[in-house]
Design a protein around this ligand. Structure first.
Ligand SMILES: CC(C)(COP(=O)(O)OP(=O)(O)OC[C@H]1O[C@@H](n2cnc3c(N)ncnc32)[C@H](O)[C@@H]1OP(=O)(O)O)[C@@H](O)C(=O)NCCC(=O)NCCS
Length: 160
């Protein structure tokens, strides 16, 4: 499957594609348009997974300034809104999107990546996936207002 997937930065034309693909997930054009504008302003980076026959099948975004205070204070960018269409899940696309985010953060000089996940059974998949990719809780507990656990991963080894 991964052979058929290309991951690249959101382009203007992708807004329609993503809105169509993720229609049933209550994600609409305005959300992707907003993401595109935030990308132009360099607040957010959006990476899209394109299948060579089936079009956009997943995406993820990075907020360079996290809305979560503990990340923001430590200059830890946050992976936000990771989604892979159901028929394409469990084939490595989510992992590939996270790795692509980590590469982008490293290129910008960041050494730690952050990610947050709601603590309920609806989010069983990411709650299993992130620790498997080396993400550990940041130690500040679950934020009460959104029931999210916040995790971090070092992007470089102590020796660089
Ligand atoms: C989370 C998500 C992006 C993972 O994408 P993916 O392409 O399936 O991820 P990968 O194939 O790289 O990784 C699969 C791993 O994720 C976990 N996982 C995926 N689906 C799972 C499920 N239904 N139940 C439990 N664990 C699951 C497992 O650890 C799995 O590894 P395994 O197949 O070896 O057991 C995808 O499940 C998704 O879009 N979910 C809905 C939206 C969402 O929850 N986003 C995250 C918000 S924090």
């Amino acid at each position: 499957m991964l052979d058929a997937i290309t991951i690249r930065k959101l382009r203007a034309a992708d807004r329609d594609l993503l809105a169509h693909t993720f229609e049933d997930w209550h994600k609409d054009y305005s959300q992707f348009d907003n993401y595109y504008l935030e990308q132009l302003l360099d607040k957010r980076l959006v990476l899209v997974a394109h299948h060579n026959q089936h079009g956009a099948v997943g995406y993820v975004t990075i907020l360079w300034d996290s809305p979560y205070e503990q990340f923001w204070r430590r200059h830890i960018p946050e992976i936000v809104d990771l989604n892979v269409m159901t028929p394409y899940q469990r084939q490595g696309i989510g992992t590939a999107l996270i790795h692509a985010c980590e590469e982008q953060a490293l290129e910008r000089g960041y050494t730690v990546m952050g990610i947050s996940v709601v603590q309920n059974e609806e989010y069983a998949a990411p709650n299993r996936l992130y620790p498997a990719l080396g993400y550990v809780p940041d130690g500040f507990g679950i934020t009460a207002h959104d029931n999210e656990l916040h995790l971090v991963r070092l992007l470089i080894t102590p020796n660089g």
